[in-house]
Design a protein. Structure first.
Length: 143
């Protein structure tokens, strides 16, 4: 699943916001990311682990590992279930195309079916669109 938005800001500024775990609750459009755990680094890098306090019905904690990192261009992380969250930053006329991707394609078929039956992909699509809008608003407000 993938959604994109063009933001009138340079790619590095947008990347820096996403690479800061403390900003994840600020830009999260799903309402599930509550706060960054204190043990998380201030800036993500390849192999970095960072924790989030989450709430999807009930509160829980999750630890993510950065699996892709190209400063200013690409960042992705995965948690123990194997879902991958990826952000791509592409300079275009008028700013940067930011693409957020949620990739569960490598999960076993039965887990993919379970996600579809619970409506998780469509809920994620709405959350991704809202996250991109909040990232745009934070980046363009100077926040």
């Amino acid at each position: 699943m993938s959604e994109s938005i063009v933001v009138p800001v340079d790619a590095q500024r947008l990347f820096d916001i996403v690479a800061n775990p403390a900003m994840h609750p600020v830009i999260d459009g799903s309402g599930s990311v509550q706060r960054v755990q204190q043990s998380s680094p201030q800036r993500l890098s390849l192999g970095a682990k960072f924790g989030m306090d989450m709430k999807l019905g009930a509160p829980y904690k999750i630890t993510n590992t950065v699996i892709e990192f190209e400063d200013g261009r690409r960042i992705a992380w995965r948690h123990f279930h194997g879902h991958v969250w990826r952000y791509l930053f592409e300079p275009v006329d008028g700013g940067t195309r930011v693409t957020e991707q949620w990739d569960a394609s490598h999960l076993p078929f039965y887990k993919q079916v379970g996600l579809r039956l619970t409506g998780f992909p469509e809920r994620n699509r709405r959350g991704i669109a809202a996250t991109l809008a909040q990232l745009r608003d934070v980046a363009t407000s100077g926040g």
